[in-house]
Design a protein around this ligand. Structure first.
Ligand code: F0G
Length: 459
């Protein structure tokens, strides 16, 4: 008989987690003002808030941590990280930062002016935040197919080259500091971008003389999908695919908390030495000296090992197949999610579940709270709370999709946990007709409000 699939690791250390009662959860979520970010982690049983910095490091990474060189300047750990970035990703110049948004800050402080436009495929919220904070505009050029959650296509994260061309024709090149290609496309459901699309977007950028920035948080998962779904890549190694992906880019920003499998860290890497030099000032001012940025030596060491492990096929297969396993369970129960299953998460189509909750009452947030009440599972809203208000009109923005993201931390939970998640969702799904009211905002920040927003129930 054919052997079933199983994980390509075994477990050396465990961390207990605690179940709770529904009464406890009702109290905790009320005290958290119905914002799941405000919960204590001890009040959560299975934490799917994010896959960012929540993964389990390997024995090799912990060993590398012990050998961290904490010298202020020119540390060995910096050179380990530099070599990994050069050998695995192909960039000669980089600046370490404490995480991905700090890389964006260093880069955008240097290249963005008021009134600029940065086209891209569903810019991540911190990316958009950094753009809009500088009174510039993030223009979404994602393919239209991404908005149809039930459509099953292999590269639903792609950037539409026709839409891009239109933006590049409309604005003078001096007002377009970069095109931002996010791989995988987190906001659209952890959906990958094909190599053909990366190549085409890069060609359009070159023709117009505009830089291509790859927001690379989940670049390795993207490479896995290219290998398993795109013609001509089945026989290439993940590392070969990664090298080709980045060969088309001028800049990469990285949240190492994802595909470099560390708890904290990031960087921005460049092909252009001059731009690297110009960015150094913002790195020194906001992060730290250019050979550590926002990172300690030990973390740079673990990051270097993480880049290597994170671009190995067996690891990626274990990771992506766990997300697919959860997707298959949801299929069994008829629960609608962004298809096909994404690389790092399942995105439940909340509008198709809670059909009675009006959009003004935050459909995906309502579903997130219901799932928490059901089983202590913490997901995150990717909907109109996250979308913020329009910076000019101050009206709420209602995106086409209201999603509840269930992000799966790397090497952290087992498939038994996936079964619990699916069953809890089924219980909520079975009582969906009774859920008719959502929430209203009682307190919010003018930008990136979802982290700190406070809500109260409408009922
Ligand atoms: N780009 C993408 C595509 C991201 O998903 C994130 C973070 C960032 C940039 C910013 O990186 O958090 O290290 O500052 N995403 C996390 C998430 C927070 O939950 O998806 P960071």
């Amino acid at each position: 008989m054919e052997l079933p699939f199983s994980e390509s690791f075994r477990i050396k250390m465990v961390e207990p987690i605690r179940k709770s009662t529904r009464e406890e959860r009702e109290r905790w979520i009320r005290e958290a003002h119905y914002n799941l970010f405000n919960l204590k982690s001890d009040e959560v049983f299975i934490d799917l808030l994010t896959d960012s910095g929540t993964g389990a490091m390997s024995d090799r990474q912990w060993a590398a941590l012990m050998q961290g060189d904490e010298s202020y300047a020119g540390a060995r750990s910096y050179y380990n990280m530099k070599n990994a970035i050069r050998d695995i990703l192909g960039f000669d110049f980089f600046l370490p930062t404490h995480q991905g948004r700090a890389a964006e800050n260093v880069l955008y402080s240097t290249i963005i002016n008021e009134g600029d436009v940065l086209p891209g495929n569903s810019h991540f919220d911190t990316t958009k935040g950094h753009i809009e904070f500088r009174k510039a505009h993030a223009i979404d050029c994602t393919i239209d197919e991404a908005a149809d959650t039930q459509l099953e296509i292999p590269f639903k994260g792609n950037l539409d080259p026709v839409k891009l061309e239109k933006v590049l024709n409309e604005y003078p090149v001096e007002r377009i500091p970069a095109v931002v290609l996010t791989v995988t496309n987190n906001t659209a459901g952890g959906q990958p971008v094909s190599m053909a699309n990366i190549r085409e977007v890069s060609a359009v950028c070159r023709r117009h003389g505009v830089r291509l920035q790859i927001d690379s948080a989940r670049f390795a998962e993207n490479a896995y999908f290219i290998k398993t779904r795109e013609e001509g890549y089945a026989d290439k190694s993940i590392k070969e695919i990664v090298r080709e992906m980045f060969s088309y880019a001028d800049i990469m920003t990285m949240s190492s908390k994802k595909d470099a499998i560390v708890n904290m860290g990031g960087f921005v890497a460049f092909r252009d030495e001059d731009l690297w030099r110009r960015c150094q000032m913002y790195c020194i001012m906001n992060e730290g000296f250019i050979t550590y940025g926002g990172m300690s030596g030990r973390d740079m060491n673990a990051l270097a090992v993480g880049l290597d492990e994170g671009t190995e096929f067996d690891y990626l297969q274990t990771r992506v197949r766990q997300v697919e396993y959860l997707g298959a369970k949801l299929d069994e129960y008829g629960i609608p999610y962004q298809r096909p299953a994404g690389g790092h998460a399942i995105f439940i189509d909340a509008k198709k579940v809670l059909t009675h909750v009006p959009k003004e009452e935050f459909i995906a947030q309502t579903l997130a709270i219901e799932l928490y009440l059901e089983a202590g599972i913490r997901g995150v809203e990717i909907g109109s709370i996250l979308a913020d208000r329009d910076p000019e009109t101050r009206e709420n923005r209602y995106p086409a999709l209201e999603l509840l993201r269930l992000a799966i931390p790397r090497r952290t939970y087992t498939n038994n946990h996936m079964d619990v998640i699916a069953a809890a969702l089924k219980n909520v799904y079975d009582r969906r007709e009774q859920i008719t009211r959502g929430y209203r905002i009682t307190r919010e920040f003018p930008i990136m409000r979802h982290f700190t927003v406070e809500l109260e129930p409408m009922r």
